[in-house]
Design a protein around this ligand. Structure first.
Ligand code: FNR
Length: 188
């Protein structure tokens, strides 16, 4: 069984990105499992805290969760045409100490999706993640793309997907990503 961890970059109850992640859980190929992990308990990065106390427990726990997974799915909102600080902060904490980056991120397959009420569906935020994922040494899967635009018309009030085309695109995206994860496992 392929084991993927998914993280939404929004803390909002009614988050479109968290709704997209929940939809992905339901649409995963049967040979894979997508587990949702949260950044909610991760505080702001503070180098003094790191120097005196080390990496906080919620950060260490999320690092271990990612390290144990076959791949990482980042579901990213877009703020001011870039990565939301809340999400970047979590990944920054998880990149400490740098000597642990290879264990947590190095060579691990990663994919990006995102949802926004606007017309461009997080394209600039997704692009902004690329140098971050490269810096962390992740294997970015780029053969599929999913930008969910006009999110209020894509999700029903209960957060379920209400757009057959997006559902189909999400299913295909996940199938492609899992195929990629499998191909990297065969290499090992
Ligand atoms: C936004 N939003 C937004 N949307 C977008 O498509 N491009 C953008 O540059 C921005 N900028 C932006 C800045 C800030 C500070 C906020 C709070 C919001 C709107 C954003 O896409 C919308 O709030 C989404 O609903 C956020 O994602 P969740 O919380 O629904 O997952």
């Amino acid at each position: 069984m392929i084991n993927i961890v998914g993280i939404s970059g929004s803390l909002r109850k009614g988050s479109y990105n968290s709704a997209l992640l929940r939809s992905a859980v339901a649409l995963m190929p049967v040979r894979a499992e997508l587990r949702v992990a949260s950044i909610r308990d991760i505080g702001l990065y503070d180098g003094d805290v790191e120097a005196t106390e080390g990496v906080p427990a919620p950060v260490a726990a999320l690092k271990d969760t990612v390290a144990a997974a076959d791949g990482l799915l980042l579901v990213t909102p877009e703020y001011n045409n870039s990565i939301p600080g809340v999400f970047k902060n979590a990944i920054d904490w998880m990149s400490r100490p740098p000597a642990d980056i290879p264990r947590v991120f190095g060579g691990r397959p990663a994919a990006l999706i995102g949802a926004s009420p606007g017309a461009f569906g997080t394209i600039l935020s997704q692009n902004a993640w690329l140098p971050v994922l490269r810096t962390l040494g992740m294997r970015m899967w780029s053969e599929g793309r999913l930008m969910v635009s006009r999110a209020p018309s894509v999700f029903a009030a209960d957060g379920t997907l209400a757009d057959a085309k997006i559902e189909d695109a999400l299913r295909k995206f996940l199938e492609g990503f899992i195929g990629f994860v499998e191909s990297t496992r065969r290499e090992q």
